[in-house]
Every structure is written in C-alpha cells, then in structure tokens.
Design a protein around this ligand. Structure first.
Ligand code: ATP
Length: 529
C-alpha cells in the first residue's frame, strides 16, 4: 500500500496552475477574492465533467435493466433530514487555534508528542498591565529551542494588550511549568499553540422558503441537501410503483450536494458545493453482503475503464467500531492523489436503516411485498456513493505528465501532456490546416470540421506553426490531431494517391498515420467511446 502521507506539492501546484491556464477549473468569484470551497468548471472542465457523468449514467442506468434514474430536488424538507439523522446529527467536531484562529477538524489532527510549556498569564511591568489566563505551547521536535514556546506564548498574550504599541517581546510570562505529552491532539500541528475544546460544527446549509418565511416557522425551513441519497429513499416507493420493478433493483442519481466543510482544501477535493454520483441498490436482506462485494468489484472496474491506474487505487475494509452503527460492511475506495491517499468513493451496506427511518418518521408504509413468498419486509440497501468532482480531480492528476524531449546539446524541451482516455478527453480531435494563408487548405479543413462536429467535440485551429499547435493540444489532452496538408489536396508531386487523406497525429506516441477523409468519422467513433 502506498504511504498515506506521501505528497507531491510541486506536482499539485503545476496541476492547479494548468487547470486555470487552460480553462479546466477556476476559483469561484476569483475577482472578488474567491468564494472558499467553491469552484467553477471552465470550457474544458465542463466537457470532462459531462463526459464522466454521461459515462457513469450510461454504465449504471442505461446499460442495466435493474437500475432507474432519478433527478431529485436540491432543496430538502426538514423532516426528511430529521428522519435521516442529519438535522442535529450531521456535524464535525471542530476546534480553533488560540493563536491564529485557524479552524481545524478535531478528528483529523495527527497525534503529537513532545514537551508542553504551560503559563498562567503575562504582564508588562512598565505599564502595570497584566492578563491572568492559562495557555500552553507544545514543542513536538526533539531538542527544540524552548524560547520558541515562550515566543509563541508572548504572541498569544499580546492579543489581549489594550495598548497595541507595546511589542509582544516586552511581556513577562507568568507561572511557567512543563510536562511531557504523548500522542495528544489538542495542539495545533502548525505552530504548537493550544486549541479550544472541540465543538460540533453544523455541516448543512439551512435556508428559508417562501416570501413570508420567518425564523420560527419550522415549515419554512429547508436545507440544501448534504447528499443525493435521501431523495432516492424518499421516492423509492414512487419509483417502484410507477415502474413495477421487483427486488433487487437500484435507483441512481447524479447531482449537487452541499456541506459547510470546516476546512475546504486540496483544490476541489474537499469543497462546500460538489456533485455526487450515487446508487441505492435495494435487495433482500440475505443478499446484502454478497451484493456489497459485487458492487465494490464493479466500481473498481469502472475506475479502471476511465483510466485510473489499479496501483493507485486502494480498498479499505472499514473495521468494526469505525463503521456507521447500522452498516455491516463498508469499503472506502481511495486514490493516490499528489496530496496523499484519500477517499474517492464509499461502498456501504446500510441494511434497512434508511427506509426504516423514513417509514417510522413519515408514518407511510415503505415495505416491499414479495408476491411469491407473500412476505412483507423493508428492503435492505447497498450504496455505492462516488464524488464526481473528486473523480475528475483524480482523472486530471492521473493524466498530467511532463516529458523531457530535449535533444542532445539542444534547448530544454518539456512536453506537458494530459493523457486522458479518449472517452474523458474534453476535445476528441483538433483540425489543423497546415497553413492559414492557403485558402484551399483552410476550406478543406473546415469541411472536415463540419463532417465531425455533429458527432463529437472538435476544435479548429489555424494559428501558429503546426508543431506549436500539436503541443497546445497535448496540454489539454486531445487524443487526435488531424492535419490537412498539400497531400490532402493532391498537390504533392508523386503523391497524388494521397488526395483526400489526412494526417492523424497520436497524442501519446506522437506517431502519425494517413487516413482517408471518408474513413475518418468511423475511425474516430471507434476510438472515442
Ligand atoms: P470525507 O470523509 O472525505 O468527508 P465522507 O465519507 O463524508 O467523505 P460520503 O458522505 O460517504 O463522504 O460521500 C460520498 C462521496 O461524496 C465521497 O466519497 C466523496 O467522493 C464525495 N464527497 C463527500 N464530501 C465531499 C466534499 N466536501 N467535496 C467533494 N466531494 C465530497
């Protein structure tokens, strides 16, 4: 297994910069300083997202007889989220750094050991000012200069000075003592400062509905859904009755979800607004565990198909005590991002918990009647729940390559190439007339463009030298470049047989081959799906 903490900051910075430069992903409201945890997909990012969602939908809904689609509302009734346990329960323990006010998730702080320096307060002799308040700093490295702890403590106490002209270093610390600490999590790993006690931080975005909405009217309160799953559970009976389906069957949904994450980070990985691709697969209780393993295998083969390397995917079998209390089995599928091994998808066997809760709270029967056995029971459910944005981030990280093509004694030549699978690539083919000042080449190239455009996303480019244009397409991951040259026009002496053929240049191998224009469409269609 890869080292969970192995990170490649330099690579990640290059990826984020390419995403902006080429129009994959932008920070939301960037010109106003940015909206933290929100991202906008640019023209190429929007294509990648569409390709991924279309593929997921085709594989999981359209190519299956036992899964139906749903497109539920984002605004969610308070009662739905009360029944599911989200209202009052969907929160993360959070603590604040007493020095910088940075907010951290208490359950994500790595345990640290070292010497803690405790103080009871600080004073400023000349002005007679003093503050009476406990504070501690942890030095977590061996042989660290103890003055570092005192400096941090002075900076902390200086926050309480009324006279801001007094510098922190003029303060006298009071009541210093030390203790040895082992595997503790109440100090900020960044600066050693003491943290506040953990408090629960509500993760849902709450809103008021209707013109006359007031804060005290419970019926006016709605939430932006924190996951797509709940509308599937709530509509399970309608979907079943309107389609006359029998167990086992699934309901699939792709859509936005919102969580007021304490610490959005790692580019789009942890966002406040994101998209999920979820399936709730309803089954008989005796089939639940087997189907969970089957779904895990299916999901892994999906990731393989879209181009994530097997060696970079890891399955975590979540042990007893760490799973939700109602789940008999949960797998996390994790991927080696440049910032470490992190979750892409969860595949959980949730028993009859969700439908059971909605039946209890709504008072409406949500049981299934098996006509053969005459049994009535609440179906169990297996949930493969994937993050669309996280998958896109994984695809972008996977695709990013820098190749050194420098020739001996020549200028440094680094080729940046996004090796997306053709099905994921935002542009499938670029159409490039060799020269823009030859009207016959341009006209032919436009004909080729018109031939392909109704079937796929293509890009026409006549600016700059052809080599430069190839490189530009490599950088955005276009798998095929089609060059229209003098041979296409039948104007090259001795090569008249090449009339109405084009050069196809392959992104990864950079090899070129000639293909008749009449064969071009089927040739491409075979390769881009
Ligand atoms: P995490 O532990 O990373 O917060 P989670 O276990 O809470 O995730 P689930 O509730 O199981 O996540 O959601 C299913 C999937 O939705 C996750 O595997 C992930 O791909 C995606 N997801 C969840 N939270 C976010 C987020 N804040 N930003 C982007 N994607 C997310």
């Amino acid at each position: 297994m890869a080292n969970k903490d192995q990170t490649d900051t330099d690579r990640m910075e290059k990826i984020v910069s390419l995403c902006k430069r080429k129009g994959f992903i932008f920070q939301s409201a960037e010109i106003y300083g940015g909206l933290n945890g929100c991202w906008d997909y640019g023209s190429l990012g929007a294509e990648v997202k569409r390709n991924l969602k279309d593929l997921w939908w085709r594989k999981n809904v359209q190519e299956r007889d036992d899964i139906l689609g749903l497109d539920g509302s984002i605004l969610t009734h308070q009662a739905v989220l009360t029944a599911s346990g989200h209202v009052g329960g969907f929160s993360d323990p959070m603590c604040d750094c007493l020095l910088t006010k940075a907010r951290l998730r208490a359950d994500q702080i790595e345990p640290q050991s070292g010497i803690a320096y405790h103080f009871t307060g600080a004073s400023h002799e000349e002005s007679g000012w003093f503050v009476d308040r406990d504070y501690s700093v942890l030095l977590n490295q061996p042989n660290q200069d103890e003055n570092k702890a005192r400096k941090t403590a002075r900076e902390f106490y200086a926050q309480f000075l009324t006279d801001k002209q007094i510098p922190a270093k003029k303060l006298t610390l009071l009541g210093e003592s030390t203790s040895e600490e082992k595997e503790v999590t109440h100090y900020n790993p960044e600066n050693g400062s003491l943290l506040t006690e953990p408090r629960d931080f509500e993760l849902m975005f709450k809103t008021q509905m209707g013109a006359s909405a007031d804060d005290h009217d419970p019926n006016a309160t709605a939430y932006l859904r924190p996951e797509t799953a709940q509308s599937i559970f709530v509509q399970y009976k309608n979907v079943m009755d309107s389609n006359r389906v029998k167990l086992p069957f699934g309901i699939a949904q792709i859509g936005k979800a919102f969580r007021n994450e304490i610490n959005p980070r790692n580019f789009t990985f942890r966002s406040r607004e994101f998209e999920q691709m979820e399936i709730e697969y309803f089954c008989r209780p005796e089939d639940g565990l087997r189907l969970t393993d089957e779904w895990l295998a299916k999901r892994l083969s999906f990731y393989d198909e879209i181009g994530l390397q097997k060696e970079k995917l890891h399955v975590l079998d979540i042990p007893d005590g760490e799973r939700a209390h109602y789940s008999q089995k949960t797998y996390d599928i994790e991927y080696d991002f440049p910032f470490g091994q992190q979750e892409l998808e969860g595949v959980a066997y949730r028993g009859d918990y969700d439908l059971g809760k909605h039946q209890e709270h709504s008072g409406k029967p949500l049981e299934y009647f098996d006509e053969q056995t005459k049994e009535r029971f609440i179906p169990h459910v297996v949930e493969p729940s994937a993050g669309c944005d996280r998958t896109i981030l994984a695809l972008i990280c996977e695709a990013f390559y820098e190749e050194d093509l420098t020739k001996e004694g020549g200028k440094q030549d680094i080729r940046t190439v996004m090796r997306f699978k053709p099905a994921i690539a935002p542009i499938k083919a670029a159409i490039l007339p060799l020269l823009k000042n030859k009207p016959e080449l341009v006209e032919k190239a436009r004909e080729v463009k018109n031939l392909l455009q109704p079937f796929m996303n293509v890009f026409y480019d006549e600016t700059a030298a052809i080599g430069r244009r190839y490189r530009r397409q490599d950088e955005v991951g276009t798998p095929f470049c089609i060059a229209i040259d003098f041979e296409t026009m039948g104007l090259e002496e001795g090569k008249e047989d090449l009339k109405d053929t084009v050069t196809i240049r392959h992104r990864d191998s950079m090899k070129q081959e000639r293909i008749a224009i009449s064969d071009l469409l089927p040739w491409l269609l075979e390769r881009i799906h």
